[in-house]
Structure formats: C-alpha cells, structure tokens
Design a protein around this ligand. Structure first.
Ligand code: PMP
Length: 417
C-alpha cells in the first residue's frame, strides 16, 4: 500500500470532503470556517455555482487545446476579458499553470528584453519554489534549503518592514532605498540589472504592505536605468486587497504584472501581463509549456471575473477587510503577545512577539492549532512563521467575519493565558 510522502506536511489534521462558499466540510461531516482560501486562491468561495457551471460546460466541449499548436476560444475570451481589468499599457498576456511558472516566465522575459543578467529582489519576498523562483525568494531559508547552488545573478535589497526594524515607515523606507543605491554602487551596476521583482505586500514574508514612497523610489530608479519593474500580484491581485490590484493602493506603474491564485477560483492558471512591445522581445520557443492556458481553467477564470465584478467582491473585500483588521487589532489590544497587526483588504496578519520583542513562533503555531480545533482554519507566515494570517474568500459576509473574530479572541486568550 502506498503512503503519502512526508513532504506533504499538513498544518491541520483536516481531511476535506467538499467546500461551499466560505466553508469546508471534512470527511466526518464537520464544518470549518475557511480563512485560508487555499492560500488566497478560492476568492469566489468554494465551488461557486457560476464557476462550476462554466467549467462543467467547457469540460464537455474541450479540455485541452495546446496553445502553441491550436488556439482555443476560452483562452481568447479570457484574454479579451482581462484587457478590461489590466493596468494601463499592459495589453499582452501569456499564460502558465502556477505562480512559480509565471515568475519564471517573467524572469526569462526581463533578461531577454534587456540583455542584462541581474535581478534585484527584496528581503522577505516570496516568488515560488522552482529553482529559479526559489532563487528570488528570501522569505525563509526553508524554501531553498538543501538544494543549492541556486541561480546566480540575484541581489537582495531591504524591504521597508518597519515593525521588524523597530522604526517608523518613513525611516524604514529611506533605509531600504539607500541600501538599494549602495547595492547598485557595490554589487550590481544598474545597467547590468534586468529587473526588480517585488510584491505590493509581502505575502509569505509576513503580510507587510509596501508603501507609496518605496515603490515610487523603485519606479524612479527603473526609469533612470532601464530596469523593468515586475510586480508579483500573485497573492494580491483580483480584488484580494480591496482594490483590483494591490499596487493600486500605491499608485505605481508596473512594466510586468504576475497573476495566478485568485484568477481562476482554484483551477491551475497563471500568467504574466506586459506591453506588446516588451512581450515581443521574448524569444518564441523559450517560453511556455504543455498545459499553460488550459481551456477549462480559462473558462473558470472568465466566470471568476464575472463573479468578482457582478457580486462586487472588490468592494466586499475592502469593507470586510476593514472589519477584520479592526477586529484583529482589538484582539491584539488585549494582549502583549501580538506586537503588530497589518493588512490590506482581506489579507490580515497578526504578528506574535515575545515580551522582549522577538518573533514568537510557538505561540503563533499554538494559535493556529487552537483555531483549527474550534473550526477556524488559519495559516501562518513570516520568516519565523510567527504571523497568523487570515485570507478568507472574498465572498465572506460580515457575520462570518464576526464569527471568525469571536473564535480568534477565544484562541488568543487561550494561548496567551
Ligand atoms: N508569488 C507569490 C507572491 C506567491 O504568494 C506565491 C504562492 N504563495 C507564488 C509566487 C508561487 O505560486 P505557486 O505556489 O503557484 O507556484
């Protein structure tokens, strides 16, 4: 008899049978409030009827039409639909299956387009687990442990993680940009740098929003030196932050945007968006794979866009996000164990710290476990896995947010008493 690989280490003992909206039902019929959304994927809720119908209809017509051989209608339709929501000037799309593949595609494109070898990433960023994507990832050593050497040509500059430094946002931002200039002066000349890869909000790295000045500083340096600004919106796109794109909070113009997760309600689909001129600099044949832009996934993504727009999910994410952030801050106000609560829309993180201000992993892990025992599924993140994060589907109601916050208050009291 075969057994699951020990690599598949689960955060909770739950074995899921089915999902509906914000709930997962396990094989024993127990209901769980899912504030993980499959790591920010099932934004329309589990098995939204419109997404299910679109996928079922498509599956009876065409499952797979390989896009370097034949084009198919769902991919063309999705491309057209995405044209309405993509940032200005990014009018060309390329599809893959996972976030990491989108990162890889963008990495290749930026090197091909600029002819430059180096990439600058920001401390705490997470960009995936393939070798190249892991080479751009600095949110924890666990993501690249034991399989070095990683890809060369990657340089790391600080991210303005103010709480971590114990500074205010402005000081952290000035420091990050100064260090970036120092890196350019000493490690990689700006004219050898192809791209900046940055998340509008650190996801796996601890739920730390970027800010306007920091991203403006990157844009300025990108413009001055012909560096491409790649925004990894894999976790922050499609309404998750209460705006359609995470970067809309900061008013910055990207050259490339990476998409996945919330794009297709759980079907494997990712992509990169850039201008046609930039995209034309990729070498045909150097990009793509057998399954990219799968027909069923594309049909599900088009239905996902319908749901996001027609059910007002971006607005709901903003309103419910405020409620969740305020509620999580109120819970943190009653204990010294949570040093900071941060968020944008429905990405809310509570950072556990020890009395002397150090990252407190054991209490965060205990809180996650205690929440799961009470029927609330949560995740942790951060370099020390000491940030408990809440990422419910964007269809979450005010009552469900209150229910989760009540459980959270109980959990925090139980693990800190
Ligand atoms: N970039 C970001 C910002 C992510 O959050 C993730 C996944 N958590 C990835 C890239 C990698 O995506 P995948 O796991 O689908 O490869």
């Amino acid at each position: 008899m075969a057994q699951l690989s020990p690599l598949l280490k689960q955060a909770t003992p739950v074995v899921v049978d089915r999902g509906e909206g914000v709930y997962l039902y396990d094989v024993d019929g127990r209901r769980h409030l899912d504030f993980t959304a499959g790591i920010g994927v099932t934004s329309t809720g589990h098995c939204h009827p419109r997404v299910v119908r679109a996928a079922q209809e498509q599956i009876g017509k065409l499952i797979h039409g390989q896009y370097t051989t034949v084009m198919h209608q769902p991919l063309l339709e999705l491309t057209e639909r995405l044209g309405d929501v993509l940032p200005p000037g990014l009018d060309s799309l390329f599809f893959a299956n996972s976030g990491s593949e989108a990162v890889e595609a963008a990495l290749r494109l930026t090197r091909q387009a600029t002819g430059r070898p180096n990439i600058v990433v920001f401390q705490g960023g997470f960009h995936g687990r393939t070798v190249a994507a892991a080479s751009l990832t600095t949110s924890g050593t666990r993501f690249s442990a034991g399989f070095s050497p990683l890809m060369s040509g990657v340089h790391v500059a600080p991210f303005p993680y103010a709480f971590h430094y114990g500074w205010d946002e402005r000081t952290a931002t000035e420091f990050a940009l100064k260090e970036l200039d120092y890196l350019f002066a000493t490690m990689t000349a700006p004219n050898e740098t192809a791209a900046f890869f940055v998340e509008p909000m650190l996801g796996e790295g601890g739920y730390v929003p970027a800010n306007r000045e920091f991203l403006a500083g990157l844009r300025e340096r990108a413009d001055e030196h012909g560096i491409l600004l790649v925004l990894d919106e894999i976790q922050t796109g499609f309404g998750r932050t209460g705006r359609f794109w995470g970067h809309e909070h900061f008013d910055v113009r990207p050259d490339i945007v990476l998409i996945a997760k919330g794009l297709a309600s759980g079907f494997p689909l990712s992509g990169i968006a850039a201008s046609k001129d930039l995209m034309a600099k990729a070498w045909p044949g150097s990009q793509g794979g057998t399954y990219g832009g799968n027909a069923v996934a594309c049909a599900a993504a088009a239905a996902t866009l319908d749901v996001i727009q027609e059910e007002g999910l971006v607005e709901n994410a903003a309103a419910r996000g405020r409620q969740l952030l305020e509620g999580a801050r109120a819970v943190a106000g009653k204990t010294a164990a949570i040093g900071d609560v941060r968020g944008l829309g429905l990405l809310v993180g509570s950072e556990f710290t020890t009395p002397d201000g150090k990252p407190d992993n054991p209490t965060a892990q205990a809180a996650q476990k205690a929440a799961a025992e009470r029927g609330l599924l949560l995740l942790t993140c951060g370099a020390y896995m000491n940030v408990v994060r809440m990422i419910p589907p964007l269809v979450v109601s005010a009552e469900q947010v209150d229910e989760a916050l009540d459980i959270w208050a109980e959990v925090v009291a139980s693990v800190t008493s």
